[in-house]
Design a protein around this ligand. Sequence first.
Ligand code: NAI
Length: 323
Amino acid sequence: MLYVRRAGVVGSGVMGSQIAEILALNGFEVYLKDISKEIIDRGIANIREDLEGLVKFHKTKADKEISRIQEQDGLALSEVQKLAIRSKLRPSYDEKRIDEAFARIHPSESYEPFKEVDLVIEAIVEDIEEKKKLFKELDQVTSTQAILASNTSTLSITEMAAGTKRREKVIGTHFFNPPITLPLVEVIPGLETSEDVITDVLDFLSTLRNHRYPLVPIRVKEVPGFLVNRILGAMLNESFALYEQGVASMRDIDIAMKAGAGMPMGPFELSDLVGIDVLYHVDESIRRMEGGIIVSKPTQIIKKMYYSGRYGRKNGKGFYNYS
Ligand code: NAI
């Protein structure tokens, strides 16, 4: 049975900061590490902003639902009905709750506090050499009991574990962007990960909630790209290829997949949210590994955008402009 009191998160970017936020909202003390104070400060500021957004979202949820019913469905609700909606959708986040969660997140420029953690989740850059270096370091700085997890989108858990003296305690926990809203976590055992650790991690994740749902961990075999990204990657590549062939405009492809396939976001909007740099690394690593079968034809567009630094929402320009 995995007993987590304190956790470490490495990488305070898009994913790491929200994973830290989820852990803190679930009552755990979290140490958040990145390569510089400036970057950690930015991560912490994003967490604060996100937490405040949660309060606002939950506070206005009932009123939005009432307006939606009245305006879209054309129904006039009685005061009793409004009261019932307000009671059902009463805010589960308030200032006190987010202040307490925020106080549980401790920025850290060194690995010193990692001596005391029971679990580390890394969300650093999607580069196997960087991740291997990090796992070696984590193996030295954490207690031998600690489980070391990677949020990698595609890379080999077995390869990351190889440089550690605790291969049985290294595992993939692949959250989805934005983890504060999306509940799925792919749990990926490496070749040497023990059954006990797999069960512990699946059980532990099942006890957590993001701001909407209990997390939904599923066990996935270690193959490049795992499960969801294999399916999504094929769909995105096909969308890029159709756009390059001039079959439809970027905006129309996005509209088509939302209005025709029921997707909440179009493929180009989704790419900008995920990050073009992440997609580039995902694509490279799937191709690099045997077994990473890409269904559609490779496309040049992600490479070009990556080289010109159009990373998507995170730096204001991707397929769309966010400035
Ligand atoms: P990001 O670029 O937003 O953040 C990465 C952070 O790691 C940066 O702040 C960087 O300074 C830091 N970092 C790099 N090397 C480090 C080191 N050696 N030690 C400490 N910090 C270091 O990246 P993002 O999008 O958060 O992705 C992180 C990981 O999560 C990647 O493995 C990615 O494949 C995975 N992932 C990303 C998703 C997404 O939609 N962006 C979804 C699911 C997984």
